[in-house]
Write a protein that binds this ligand. Sequence first.
Ligand code: NAG
Ligand code: CU
Length: 170
Amino acid sequence: MDRASCMFVCGAIFAIMLNCASAQTVHVVGDGIGWDIPPNTYVSYINWASGRIFMVGDILVFNFMTNQHDVLQVPQASYTACSQDNAIGGVITTGPANITLDSAGDHHYICTVGRHCLAGQRLAITVSSAGGPTAAMVPPGGTAQPNFAPASLATSFLLILVSAGIALTF
Ligand SMILES: *[C@@H]1O[C@H](CO)[C@@H](O)[C@H](O)[C@H]1NC(C)=O
Ligand SMILES: [Cu+2]
């Protein structure tokens, strides 16, 4: 393989690796508000979440000061009632806290400090399974996962480039 072909192939492989690495998204909960009692009750976090796609492997960053707030994952009923019943895992008391989304489905988080949850400091998100063919399938009555197809197309295109690069060397 000559030097030009080598650079071409290595460059393409590097691009694919970058493509894979960028598949994991970091979501800063509430963006500038952070994890706090929001200005518009829990609607603030519903609005924040509604513009996003959450995939398994993504990271939630809860920005809060230790001792002022905390994070607890709870089932939906406890989210609605602002209770700690049947909590999933323990309370995270040290902020900022990163939580990796490790399963698909609905995830609910509350702050257990004072009456913060009742004042709107609670988050509900739906996590989709990452990558794989299932993410590209259209669920009944739903739409295709919008961020899977472009990544897949880009990867396919790069694979074709790599194949062409390898073929050129023979
Ligand atoms: C949390 O995630 C952010 C964004 O990826 C990163 O900058 C930070 O170092 C992480 N913090 C911890 C404690 O892992
Ligand atoms: Cu709080």
